[in-house]
Design a protein. Structure first.
Length: 262
């Protein structure tokens, strides 16, 4: 008897699996009710280590093995690995590493978990993201208003964003994520609010200039500095906004922060 699992694609893309998973057939007396609950495979996004070439997987039932396929931006298969886990208990973190055939950027990682009963399920993530280099917009003190002299900087950034999207649109639904940061001058609460307002102001400017991508924003205030300083230090490098193109929402460093759709 054959069981059709689902292949879950990251960024809320859900498609049926192209293949089928084999599992033991129930006896006529047991019937369809004997089939166990659907096998679930989950990936901790915070444990996806592209530099270390490792991914952490969990299965909802005892794990026999995990297979992975790593695909590059060109569509080439960079690695295929299979690792046995000998019946590791449900929920056990299962680490799988890979050795790529080239240094091509990873576009997709497909993961297939097999339980000890012969069932399998698949999930795929798209870890691709690009940080857009840009010249920082300068705001007046405590202001989120974009002044006319700063507009050329945003126009140049919009051009770069459009160029990257044009080359990578086949990867899936790309979103522009904008996150604001401040220095440590002022209270942490004030800086958090100010960084969020400025990130939203820039996001609104991009949308107002015709950017067709979904845009999300958040502010982290003084919690993620490039240069660590004492409190009440005016450090220009910490007053910045990040522009990130990604399929999946990037992980925010603050547990209380969350992406907000414009």
């Amino acid at each position: 008897m054959r069981h059709v699992p689902a292949l879950l694609l990251a960024a809320s893309l859900l498609v049926p699996a192209a293949a089928r998973g084999d599992g033991p057939a129930p006896s006529p007396a047991q019937g369809a009710q004997a089939r166990p609950p659907a096998l679930e495979v989950t990936i901790d996004r915070s444990k996806v280590d592209l530099k270390g070439r490792q991914i952490e997987v969990k299965l909802s039932r005892a794990a026999a093995k995990v297979r992975i396929k790593v695909v590059g931006q060109s569509g080439a298969v960079l690695a295929e690995e299979e690792k046995p886990f000998g019946g590791a208990a449900a929920g056990t973190p299962l680490a799988v590493t890979w050795t790529p055939s080239s240094d091509e950027t990873v576009a997709r990682i497909e993961v297939y978990g097999h339980d000890t009963q012969g069932y399998w399920a698949g999930i795929a993530i798209i870890p691709w993201n690009v940080s857009i280099p840009h010249e920082e917009v300068q705001f007046e003190t405590n202001s989120d208003v974009i002044r006319a002299p700063e507009v050329p900087k945003l126009e140049a950034s919009l051009q770069k964003i459009s160029e990257v999207v044009a080359k990578t649109s086949e990867l899936g639904k790309i979103t522009l994520f904008i996150v604001g940061h401040t220095d440590t001058v002022g209270s942490a609460e004030h800086n958090l609010t100010l960084s969020r307002r400025r990130a939203r102001s820039i996001a609104a400017w991009f949308k107002g200039r015709g950017l067709k991508l979904p845009v999300a924003y958040e502010g982290l205030g003084e919690s993620a500095p490039i240069v660590k300083t004492a409190d009440q230090v005016d450090e220009p490098r910490n007053r910045r906004v990040d522009y990130i193109l990604s399929i999946e929402p990037p992980k925010l460093q603050s547990g209380e922060a969350s992406w907000k759709a414009l």
